[in-house]
Design a protein around this ligand. Structure first.
Ligand code: CTP
Length: 462
């Protein structure tokens, strides 16, 4: 039953009392046919959306939030968010985000929606309750898995250029195909994306990353010529340089494979971001040496330094999530590089210390990074990886380094020797930390204290 939620008869009652026609439209109707869960209900009214929302809010005894400048209102009912908008005819002037808006009919409103599959509506009128209004063949497009705009795609995309990114997002989320004339139109209109706020674009990027097929989404962004405008750092990973007939691994495809691999293991959005960005430092560090071939020395460090600027550009929060991504990019080579020779306890302790609580996420990323097509190489990397994983568990059980807090604090050193904050205090702390990580002393207060006394003597402080 499409209109089984008890809120619909209430909305219908309020609309009838106000003498306006109201319809359920957009994602709710689409997701009803796709049998997907949906937490948002969009109501379009031939009249004022705010007036109707206020009447429904009275019936529900619930507060209503109005956004007068947009002519919309929103209220919550149980776990549903219900948004009301007046049917509009809307157009945008070139280079302006401010639309010219006039009142319109349901069909006017459907026409100015992004895709036929998002322009479906159910009637809330008594006489045709629950009747589907589908003027552009949206249900057929749903059945065929097609994303098509109700108007000429050039008009729909230039009305709101974010829709070009939404097309890619829906494609990745639903497994739908963008119809060819729409794809060509996106390529043509891609530069119009510059009038869209980065916050809106980033929201779509999150949804692409969280979709069942993130790598397909990023390939499509590239095919649509949107990728260089949104993520030039990732677009720069494309292509293979050749010297003396030797090319390096294609970094863009590899990156997308890593994103795909991590997505099968984790639903953590920020770990998926880390997978997307992990090799971002490669173009800047690419180097050809006739003796050793291609190298990307230091790309982990360079890539991690690029993260804050990229987050700033995408208007993503510069908070602990960013630090987490930065840390993943910086450390992504560490677990596998441990096994070049013997896996020493000391190297494992250092890795545990540097990764802290994020060690499990780092190990997932490191495993996802094994994409070699050569079966022998992939097998060897995987075996090494398993070795490191085993060693990590052993060392962690023994030494509890993961949440390592130095047993001797700077305050204690200053108090005991009557020092004010100075370089020496830092040096003492660092030497104690290194002694623990190298396994020369145990992670224990007494042993660290004894070492402190010895270091202080050596340094001539007492
Ligand atoms: N819409 C549009 N153009 C946009 C954004 C939204 O035409 N740039 C219309 C579509 O009809 C869409 C509806 O507004 O279905 C609601 O938008 P939104 O909540 O962003 O998307 P949903 O389709 O509900 O999908 P989701 O909840 O997955 O974002």
């Amino acid at each position: 039953m499409p209109l089984s939620n008890p809120i619909f008869p209430l909305i219908a009652q309020a609309a009838r009392q106000s003498g306006v026609r109201a319809f359920v439209i957009g994602g709710y109707v689409r997701d009803f046919f796709l049998e997907r869960p949906c937490k948002d209900i969009d109501i379009v009214v031939e009249g004022s959306g705010i007036d109707l929302a206020e009447k429904v809010a009275v019936l529900l005894h619930t507060p209503v939030h109005t956004f007068k400048q947009f002519g919309t209102a929103m209220l919550r009912h149980h776990d549903m968010e219900v948004e009301f908008v007046g049917a509009r005819r809307e157009s945008y002037r070139a280079n302006s985000r401010k639309p010219i808006v006039e009142d319109g009919t349901l069909v006017d409103d459907q026409l100015r929606r992004d895709f036929t599959v998002n322009a479906l509506a159910f009637s809330l009128q008594e006489e045709d309750w629950g009747c589907l209004i589908d003027p552009f063949g949206g249900v057929k497009d749903l059945q065929n898995g097609l994303l098509r705009t109700p108007l000429d795609p050039d008009t729909t995309y230039s009305d709101d250029p974010l829709r070009m990114v939404r097309a890619v997002r829906f494609s990745a989320q639903l497994g739908f195909t963008i119809v060819p004339e729409s794809l060509v139109s996106i390529q043509r209109n891609a530069p119009r994306l510059e009038i869209v706020s980065m916050e809106r674009i980033s929201d779509e990027l999150h949804k692409i990353l969280m979709s069942p097929r993130p790598s397909y989404g990023f390939r499509l962004l590239d095919q649509c010529e949107l990728l260089p405008l949104i993520l030039p750092q990732i677009s720069a990973l494309k292509g293979v340089a050749t010297m003396e007939g030797r090319g390096h691994k294609e970094i863009f495809s590899h990156t997308l494979q890593v994103v795909e691999n991590i997505s099968q293991k984790s639903v953590d959005l920020w770990l998926r971001w880390a997978a997307l960005l992990h090799d971002m430092g490669k173009p800047a560090t690419k180097h050809w040496d006739p003796k050793i071939g291609w190298s990307f020395h230091g790309h982990d460090f360079v890539g991690s330094k690029m993260v804050p600027a990229l987050f700033k550009h995408l208007k993503l929060p510069l908070n602990e999530k960013m630090k987490f991504v930065q840390k993943m990019v910086l450390l992504h080579l560490r677990p596998i590089s441990l096994v070049q020779d013997e896996v020493s306890d000391s190297a494992v302790r250092r890795l545990l210390f540097d990764a802290g609580d994020d060690i499990d996420a780092l190990m997932l990323l490191c495993e996802a990074d094994i994409t070699s097509k050569n079966e022998q190489t992939a097998k060897r990397h995987l075996e090494n990886f398993i070795k490191v994983r085993k060693k990590l568990i052993e060392v962690e059980e023994k030494d509890a380094i993961r949440n390592f807090q130095p047993p001797i604090s700077g305050d204690l050193i200053m108090q005991k020797y009557g020092l004010s904050p100075c370089q020496e205090v830092g040096q003492i702390k660092e030497r104690i930390k290194n002694a623990i990580l190298d396994g020369r002393i145990r992670n224990d207060y007494q042993e660290a204290y004894a070492l402190m006394e010895q270091i202080v003597k050596e340094m001539g402080i007492v």
